[in-house]
Design a protein around this ligand. Structure first.
Ligand code: SF4
Length: 361
């Protein structure tokens, strides 16, 4: 595979064409896309792309294509309904015991399927003002039911270690905040940022830090990315995974299996496999739910329980996440049911075979 070696992050459509990462025939369309959605391809990500492969699964995630100009019915600017649950700027309070805290609106890279694509990027508000930050902290402080604060964005690891350390200390000083979870793509997209200072900033007395690492293809978890993840786990920070099921990237049983195995090898517990959200211009990257359930079923048959994420859908309108299967348990049919005084179920094993539970005597 020929690699593209970059000295810096590419942000301009023209540069993508010049470096062989986008087709010149697509330049006009990509320039139109760039007026609305941010572009960034870091050297680490570019090095993972095979520019000679028109179906490259890494390029599909980061290089814009004209398909993004097609907005499908049902797609929306705020696909998971953050705004409906935002009591003060920067905070999303959807579930009683936890809040999202959106600190920055920039990322190391911009994923073409991003569910917050209307809000992230250099053209948007880049960070919370000091006043808004203090108001968000006051909101958390006043609600003792908030056990967990999830730092998201944008990517919170785009903050300087010094600023991140201040924020971690502010949160850990709130007695009822016991967990600070950081959602990030930086270990994959810009692993050099995970240095000693960043690791120190993440560790804080008074709260436990968890980091959720976003990766979608096993190729993303190689080389420097593995080293960056190891720096976090070696420092005692537990890691969980976040992935999005994407057409042409990981909608394949072998690729999904390799991705989950790679997470576990990196000491990252597979946590969520998200069904693609209804973000504008992302239909070409979404699978159907039926395909997703079938892939999850095949994953259960192929790999250890350690490698099983939950397949989840964020319900549009802000109604939260729901696991969407596949289901392994159903009520037995009435004939089978009558044989028992207790409820009898039909359960499917990992090979796809049906069994009754409790079994017939
Ligand atoms: S890193 Fe996360 S927030 Fe940033 S563009 Fe990708 S999916 Fe969106």
């Amino acid at each position: 595979m020929s690699r593209v070696k970059l000295a810096r992050t590419l942000r301009e459509p023209k540069e993508l064409v010049e470096r062989g990462l986008a087709r010149s025939a697509d330049l006009a369309a990509i320039e139109t896309i760039a007026t609305r959605y941010a572009i960034a391809v870091t050297p680490n990500i570019a090095a993972l792309i095979d520019p000679n492969d028109p179906l490259d699964p890494i390029a599909r995630q980061f290089i814009p294509t004209p398909a993004e100009l097609e907005i499908k019915p049902g797609e929306r600017a705020d696909p998971i309904g953050d705004d409906a649950h935002s009591p003060v700027p920067g905070i999303v309070h959807r579930y009683p015991d936890r809040v999202l805290f959106k600190l920055v609106h920039v990322c190391a890279v911009y994923c073409r399927f991003c569910f917050r694509r209307e809000m992230v990027g250099p053209g948007k508000d880049s960070a919370l003002s000091d006043e808004a930050y203090r108001a968000a902290l006051d909101y958390i402080r006043a609600r003792t039911e908030i056990w967990e604060v999830i730092l998201t964005g944008g990517d919170p690891l785009m903050l300087s270690p010094r600023r991140l350390a201040e924020i971690m200390a502010d949160l850990a000083a709130i007695d009822h905040v016991r967990i600070v979870r950081v959602h990030t793509r930086v270990p994959v997209a810009a692993p050099a940022r995970i240095d000693g200072d960043m690791v120190s900033a993440l560790r804080v007395e008074g709260a436990t830090t968890w980091v959720a690492v976003h990766a979608n293809h096993p190729r993303e978890l190689a080389g420097e990315a593995r080293t960056a993840c190891a720096r976090l786990t070696d420092a005692g920070i537990p890691l969980v995974s976040q992935s999005v099921l994407l057409r042409g990237v990981n909608d394949d049983a072998e690729v999904l299996e390799a991705l989950m195995r790679a997470f576990v090898e990196c000491r990252i517990k597979p946590y969520y496999l998200h069904h693609g959200d209804l973000a504008p211009g992302t239909a070409h990257l979404r699978t159907t739910i039926a395909e997703g359930r079938e892939l999850m079923r095949s994953l259960r048959g192929r790999v250890s329980g350690l490698c099983q994420p939950d397949y989840v859908l964020d319900i549009p309108g802000g109604h939260g996440k729901a696991p969407i299967g596949p289901n392994y348990l159903s009520h037995a049919s009435s004939g089978e049911y009558e044989l028992s005084s207790e409820t009898r179920y039909r359960i499917v094993d990992y090979c796809g075979d049906d069994h009754l539970y409790p079994p017939k005597p």
